[in-house]
Design a protein around this ligand. Sequence first.
Ligand SMILES: Nc1ncnc2c1ncn2[C@@H]1O[C@H](COP(=O)(O)OP(=O)(O)OP(=O)(O)O)[C@@H](O)[C@H]1O
Ligand SMILES: [Mg+2]
Length: 344
Amino acid sequence: MTESILVSVDVGFREVKARWTKQDSYCVFPSVIAPARASDFQAGLNGFNQNHIRYKGHDFFVADHALTHSPLAGQTVNRSRTRSLEYPTLFMAALAQMIPGHKVVRLITGLPNSEMKDEVQVRAALLGQHDIVYNGRKYSYEIDQVRVVPQALGILVREGFKLVPGKLDIDDHSLINEPNLFIDIGGRTVNLMYMQGVEYISELSDSQSLGMYRVLEDVRKALNQMYDLQLSLAEIDGIFKNRSQNGGYSVKIQGVHKTISKVVEPILDQVAESIKREATTLWRDTNASSLILAGGGSHHLGQKVADKIGHPRTKIVDRPEFAVAGGMYLYGIFLDQRNAWERK
Ligand SMILES: Nc1ncnc2c1ncn2[C@@H]1O[C@H](COP(=O)(O)OP(=O)(O)OP(=O)(O)O)[C@@H](O)[C@H]1O
Ligand SMILES: [Mg+2]
């Protein structure tokens, strides 16, 4: 039988993150997808490097190419995203970017805890045979197992377990056994999660539209007012991703780099204050062992949120944007060990 490959895919509102090897390497691209017109992708270099994907008889551009080449580009940000064809298409684009040819895959993915009820739809959309054409090449994937987990579990597993040759071992017993607080600062949402060991406590968890999007929107408005700059959200996001080593934010105006930290810092401070307010209201009467901050927004907001909340045991995780995808991948290894992929 063909060997099955373990893959984890985290479809965020802002970016798709995926992993398939045991090395610490990830596939990452913006979660942007738009219908492609034949004239657009045929006019290019024979469809190569355009992020053009044909799936189930439909043509799409994904990632940056969708932003620049389709008049209909939009992000998959609505609540009903899991019901759309665009949703599994983003998974196929991730697979095609990582794994060539015709392969059997066991796939692990996550949903925000509040959307776990969509698990059945997600499994139905992903299980089975998928034939795609990506940048002019044919790929086919037989997805024979799908596991959908709450995103919080991904973060917990990445922080609480470690991979020792061939298997997964507990690294931090307090995470596995005690109550802990998790904040995932994403592109669109901030997820506040209370875990009692490995158990997710929904009454003490919440999701708010407080992600980096808030910051990007406010920075865009401020730069427009102050410097008359008309930048797209993707360009503003570039400023955040390219932040210099010493933490400064800058933008190129007529070819010259201008520091804009004075504009950015108060905006970050305001959003961090809102996150802190949500957290302290939600967790007022709780007593948790530690506070763990993850999600790509932690690069910018993590330290401010941590300082404001002031929990004595706080950790901003390493490479926070990959915490969910990385942890889900490890969870897949755990399922392999236990031979626990099939539902009972
Ligand atoms: N390497 C990086 N350096 C700096 N900032 C980053 C980096 N990676 C991601 N970010 C920031 O994090 C944001 C995306 O975070 P993340 O990938 O956690 O969001 P998401 O999972 O797509 O969104 P959501 O969780 O709301 O669905 C980006 O908009 C960017 O501002
Ligand atoms: Mg996310």
